[in-house]
Design a protein around this ligand. Structure first.
Ligand code: S3P
Length: 740
């Protein structure tokens, strides 16, 4: 169906002719009339089938137009005003006028000069598309597919005209956005006009440098990539720079100042400054590349959907090393940033959670090189060297990042806001807000449970305190201890049951004195952390999926190497052994203050047990996969004292029960645990509720299911175990992924 009967394109360059051709090819326009300065252009456009007829001036065609027809002005920016003059002189009432100029303030100013006001039929617009090629011969009917078109309607703009122009662009498969005029011109000055100015200036500089006659002969890919846009239409860009003068000058000034700083860093061998610029820029550019690779151009805010399709049966065999420990990876960035000197990390987990922590510290001015195959170099800024971030710190799915950071940020001189994804935005932060308030911090979260965003007002002096944890939580313990680094006097935390002690161990590794007496850990504020080397062991929480897999699948024999076996993390081994699992630990050693070992697991029949409550905090993240072990065990397994599971990335008691029941297992949730009767796992579709550990637990369950299992919403596996699917396939789990 036509979106417009007659379209007049004034200016048959790349932009105008591509819109005409795009509409024609899709059968969305009655006819296209062209206006060009030269008869040859009109002839060429007509012979290419882009226009049906043409003229050298708009007035020659205006008699053929009726209300609702559209005039699209695609001439160089400074020539738009003369076309608007012509429009005023010859167009009958009710003709919609739109344009494609790269600057919008100047077009609206021109309209005001011509008409005295912005006429309601004028809808200023800017397609963010194009190329260094110009002219009707460069015409591309698919130029706008998945590209953005920004419209800048003003108060006077008629709704009908705005709708029509929107429909026109949508008809050539563009995404239409609306923006205030000034914002458009500022954003484009920075993202488009400045890069063009620099590219033109660079090529001109090199071309005129007589000492460098051979420069183009030796110019390599970098030069080619960087300067492609210097082949663009000179008149068009001359006009844009003039039309957007103020915004372009601001962008050039900012860039010149930063280039000047970089020059100084190069002159004075300031490696840290250089690495800071280069690592931040690389990260930003890589992020952009990922966005544009995922979709043709428009990075729509779509959440990625990943489904695991599991075929039943199989066994797991071989030797694998799972990725680095998540808790230690987070802390290596945090403590490395707060230390004096350069900390080198190996085996860093490149999962989304730990990367969120890394990005947060980059946002606070810390220079971090990598991650590169698990290697990260952190240029510590000392306890008092963090800088105020430009905006809120976004921590994705990661509760650990948010809770531990809250402790650190409570002691900073600047304000911060911590935000997260949908799941994190529903997790209780009061558990850290309360003790931090008692220490004199100014911190607030939303509602009764204290949901994110968490707002921290800096510049408070923190008081040391003796805190008894109301729940066994390493995150809360760590938060208070980290705030204690900034408090006057000795801060102590007493826990109701042992929880992971990486914060205490790693602080000691960074040369900070932490004393532990039974359930109480204490430190005095005001000392310093010193850079160190960290070798992150493989994460026992990730290894747990394969430990259960090998235990439940007959014929399995799997070795997991270099796994962290910190005594506060080995609940999974203890519980599986109580259930009858065959686990051999060998090659025990210590790396960087953490015990590691190789773990061999062979299939063995499991039996249901009452899980000892003292093991629960030591296996808190492993419960989802333990429930799968329980479903495959003979008899009943009872878990109590695990209410913490209800406030993890999902309510892990309810969500696991739902999935197990779907698969035909008797599972009864209780307020603080679950009762599971071993049986035959069936087939079906289960939800992971976006919880990484639930997705992986059900993937393991397929080894003993009678039919296929489909697991929905698995993208978040990337938060803790980015190569899970690949490793699972390698050892024999029949997993395929479907991504949308
Ligand atoms: C973690 C502590 C645990 C755990 C989380 C990581 C840590 O949370 O579930 O995955 O690194 O301190 P709680 O301390 O809240 O139980």
């Amino acid at each position: 169906m036509n979106v417009v009967n007659t379209l007049v394109v004034v200016g048959l360059g790349l932009i105008g002719s591509s819109l005409a051709a795009g509409l024609k090819q899709r059968g969305r326009v009655g006819r296209v009339l062209g206006v060009a300065r030269r008869t040859e252009t009109l002839q060429e456009a007509q012979s290419m089938g882009i226009i049906d007829a043409g003229a050298l001036s708009l007035s020659e065609l205006s008699g053929e137009l009726v209300p609702g027809d559209v005039v699209f002005i695609s001439v160089p920016t400074l020539a738009v005003e003369s076309v608007l003059d012509e429009c005023k002189a010859c167009l009958p009432a009710g003709i919609i006028i739109t344009d494609g100029a790269s600057v919008k303030g100047s077009v609206l100013d021109a309209a005001r000069r011509v008409w005295g006001v912005v006429p309601p039929e004028l809808v200023a617009g800017h397609p963010i598309a194009g190329s260094e090629k110009s002219g009707v011969s460069a015409c591309n009917p698919d130029l706008y597919v998945n590209h953005r078109v920004i419209l800048t309607p003003v108060e006077e703009t008629s709704i009908g005209a705005h709708q029509k122009v929107t429909a026109l662009w949508q008809a050539v498969e563009a995404e239409v956005l609306n923006m205030p005029v000034d914002l458009h011109d500022d954003v484009l000055a920075a993202t488009s006009h400045l890069p063009h100015a620099i590219a033109y200036s660079l090529v001109d500089t090199l071309a005129h440098d007589s000492d460098n006659e051979d420069i183009f002969r030796y110019a390599a890919g970098g030069f080619r990539d960087f300067t492609r846009i210097a082949s663009s239409d000179p008149v068009m860009w001359h006009d844009i720079m003039q039309a957007n003068q103020a915004s372009v000058l601001d962008a050039i000034d900012l860039f010149s100042a930063n280039l000047g700083r970089l020059r100084k860093a190069i002159a004075t061998d300031d490696s840290e400054y250089m690495l800071g610029v280069f690592t931040r820029a690389k990260e930003a550019r890589d992020h952009f590349t990922r966005l544009i690779n995922k979709q043709a151009f428009v990075p729509k805010m779509q959440s990625k959907e990943v489904t695991y399709v599991m075929q039943p049966g199989g066994q797991v065999n071989g030797q694998i090393r799972v990725p680095g420990d998540k808790s230690i990876s987070h802390r290596s960035i945090m403590l490395g940033s707060l230390a004096e000197g350069v900390t080198e990390v190996e085996g860093f987990l490149e999962g989304e959670d730990a990367l969120a922590t890394l990005q947060a510290f980059r946002d606070m001015g810390v220079v971090i090189e990598g991650p590169n195959n698990g290697r990260v170099k952190i240029h510590g800024v000392g306890l008092h060297g963090l800088q105020k971030p430009a905006g809120p710190l976004y921590l994705g799915n990661s509760g650990t990042s948010m809770r531990l950071l809250a402790g650190i940020l409570a002691g900073q001189p600047f304000d911060t806001v911590l935000t997260g994804d949908e799941s994190l935005s529903k997790r209780p932060m009061n558990r850290v807000v309360k003790p931090l308030l008692s220490m004199g911090a100014r911190i607030e979260a939303e509602g009764e449970k204290g949901f994110p965003p968490v707002k921290i007002t800096g510049g408070q002096s923190l008081r040391a305190m003796d805190y008894t944890l109301p729940m066994a939580s390493a995150q809360v313990k760590s938060c208070v201890l980290l705030a204690g680094l900034y408090a006057d006097g000795e801060t102590s935390v007493t826990e109701p049951a042992p929880t992971r002690d990486h914060t205490e161990r790693m602080l000691r590794g960074f040369g900070y004195k932490v004393s532990s007496e039974g359930p109480k850990a204490s430190l005095k504020g005001g000392s310093s952390l010193f850079a160190t080397q960290i070798d992150v062991p493989a994460d026992i929480s990730s290894a747990a999926f394969f430990m259960v897999a090998a235990s439940i699948a007959p014929g399995s024999d799997l070795t997991l190497t270099h796994v962290g076996i910190n005594p506060t993390r080995i609940g999974i081994i203890n519980i599986l052994r109580l259930m009858g699992a065959d686990i051999t630990i060998s090659n025990e050693r210590e790396v960087g203050g953490e015990p590691v070992a190789d773990i061999r697991v062979q299939h063995a029949p499991l039996k249901g047990i009452q899980i000892p409550e003292d093991q629960v905090p030591l296996a808190i993240d492993e419960c989802p996969v333990l429930f799968v072990a329980a479903a495959c065990a003979e008899g009943t397994t009872v878990l109590t004292g695990a209410e913490e599971l209800r406030v993890k990335e999902s309510d892990r008691i309810q969500c696991m029960a739902d999935g197990l029941i779907t698969l035909g297992i008797k599972a009864e949730p209780t307020p603080d645990g679950i009762v599971i009767e071993g049986g035959q796992l069936g087939q079906g579709t289960v939800e992971s509720y976006g919880d990484h550990r639930i997705a992986m637990a059900f993937a393991v369950a397929s080894l003993r299911s009678s039919g296929p299992i489909t697991i929905l919403n698995c993208a978040n596996v990337g938060t803790s175990f980015p190569n899970f699917a690949e490793l699972a396939q390698n050892v024999g789990i029949k997993l395929t992924t479907q991504a949308q």
